[in-house]
Design a protein around this ligand. Structure first.
Ligand SMILES: [Zn+2]
Length: 127
């Protein structure tokens, strides 16, 4: 991968990181909102649950984006963390934070191989 390409992905990932950090801060506000009204309480509980699900998804994504930026810094970006093949530019353009080539990602999705990010998320949820 050329330096220019790397810079391009870095810019995209930095923007994602800022956006996600901002979104996560706002979600936390929603998640702790309280009301004395019982009816609102039920509705808010539903909204809280949704907010927490989004929070989970976004914090996982943020973790992946941070890990991708770390891989750019250490020079391992764009290489599949499982099979060590180059990840196709098409895939990196679509999912710049990915740590896997398409074949390995499919295996991760089927739980055939363990994703470090999945493992992280499991550990974070267990804590
Ligand atoms: Zn792979």
């Amino acid at each position: 991968m050329t330096k220019n390409e790397l810079e391009k992905y870095k810019t995209v990932l930095e923007a994602k990181r800022v956006e996600l950090s901002y979104a996560l801060r706002n979600r936390e506000d929603i998640a702790i909102e309280k009301t004395p009204d019982a009816l609102d309480e039920v509705q808010l509980a539903g909204e809280r649950e949704l907010a927490i699900r989004n929070l989970d998804r976004e914090s996982n994504l943020l973790r992946q984006v941070r890990a991708a930026l770390a891989r750019i810094a250490d020079g391992s970006y764009g290489v599949c963390m499982h099979c060590e093949e180059d990840i196709s530019p098409k895939r990196l353009n679509a999912v710049p934070q990915t740590a896997f080539c398409i074949k390995c990602q499919e295996a991760v999705d089927r739980n055939e191989i363990e994703s470090p990010e999945t493992l992280d998320a499991l550990l974070a949820n267990a804590a």
